[in-house]
Design a binder for this molecule. Structure first.
Ligand code: TA6
Length: 300
């Protein structure tokens, strides 16, 4: 299992960030995955080093914003179901059958920075560099960095530096699972008028969103060129999603989830509103290019 070096632990300690294993926090068998707990007077977040994967964010005095499957497994090499998996350097299926959503979410990232900032927030920075497993899937040099700032809002700043020698296609998403009391009663705004691609069951049809979105059936839609802000309104309040990425993916598998081992009936309690640059909004990175985008989540 991945462990934190003495250097990483000192770094974490200095910023008031604690380290635990997923087994201590979430139970399960075996050693689990190493996790960071970032807590200050403004908020509290948990993340696994594997995948730089947020699994919890609670603003002080507020409720949990992220959904983590009750069946989530914390196993080396397997993406945790829920929270914020990072899909990169490609989103969705791969034309050559490589693993869906890239390898970022399955790889052990390293803690490279931890700071208590003067505004009361705490920032941790994680990094992924190439290794044998990433080279087998993507034979290019790169530096992936994710800076996570925890306060009354949660901000993720992603930086991808392409250090390879050829131009490559690139797409990515912050695949956020939001906790909702009942997915069929959540109102999603901020997509009115946008073109979306319906991909349910392998479909590929284009439509225009009209007004508020409510999910009453399995939904898998890629919205293109969206406004910066979306909201999810439930009886508990409003979650605000803001990003400088161009796409938004809205996903809930509905009954299909009964065939997804780590979701099942629990599908009723989340909706994914993922921000990223995917499908028509995907890019190419030339040698030396740097891709930098951010996502902020808050609740009112
Ligand atoms: O973002 C939506 C989506 O691409 C869906 O098509 C669905 O498969 C989902 O992601 C989850 O993918 P995963 O590989 O995590 O099971």
């Amino acid at each position: 299992m991945q462990t934190l070096s003495a250097f990483d632990s000192r770094l974490a300690d200095a910023a008031g960030v604690s380290v635990a294993s997923s087994t201590e926090i979430h139970g399960g068998e075996g050693a689990g995955l190493p996790m960071l707990i970032v807590e200050n007077a403004l908020g509290r977040a948990e993340l696994t080093l594997q995948g730089a994967h947020l699994t919890s964010f609670v603003p002080a005095g507020g409720r949990e914003l992220l959904w983590l499957s009750p069946k989530a497994a914390f196993v080396p090499g397997k993406a945790v179901r829920g929270g914020i998996p990072l899909c990169l350097p490609w989103f969705g299926g791969h034309p050559e059958g490589k693993p869906a959503h890239g390898f970022g979410r399955n790889q052990p990232w390293t803690l490279v920075g931890a700071e208590a900032l003067s505004d009361g927030t705490t920032r941790v920075t994680l990094e992924l560099l190439p290794n044998d497993a990433t080279r087998a899937l993507w034979p290019h040099d790169f530096v992936f960095r994710l800076a996570v700032t925890v306060g009354s809002a949660l901000t993720l700043a992603l930086r991808v530096e392409h250090r390879g020698e050829v131009t490559v296609p690139f797409s990515c998403a912050l695949h956020t699972y939001f906790a909702v009391p009942d997915v069929t009663l959540a109102d999603i705004d901020g997509l009115d008028g946008c073109t979306y691609i319906n991909t349910v069951g392998g479909a590929n049809t284009r439509h225009a969103q009209q007004g508020t979105l409510r999910l009453d059936a399995p939904t898998d839609r890629v919205y293109l060129d969206v406004p910066a802000v979306q909201t999810i309104r439930t009886a508990q309040g409003t979650t605000h999603i803001e990003s400088d990425t161009r796409s938004a993916v809205v996903w809930n598998p509905g009954d299909f989830a009964l065939n997804i081992a780590d979701v099942g009936e629990a599908y009723r309690h989340f909706v994914c509103v993922e921000r990223g640059d995917v499908f028509d909004d995907a890019l190419t990175l030339a040698p030396g290019d740097v891709y930098e985008k951010w996502l902020t989540l808050s609740f009112s």
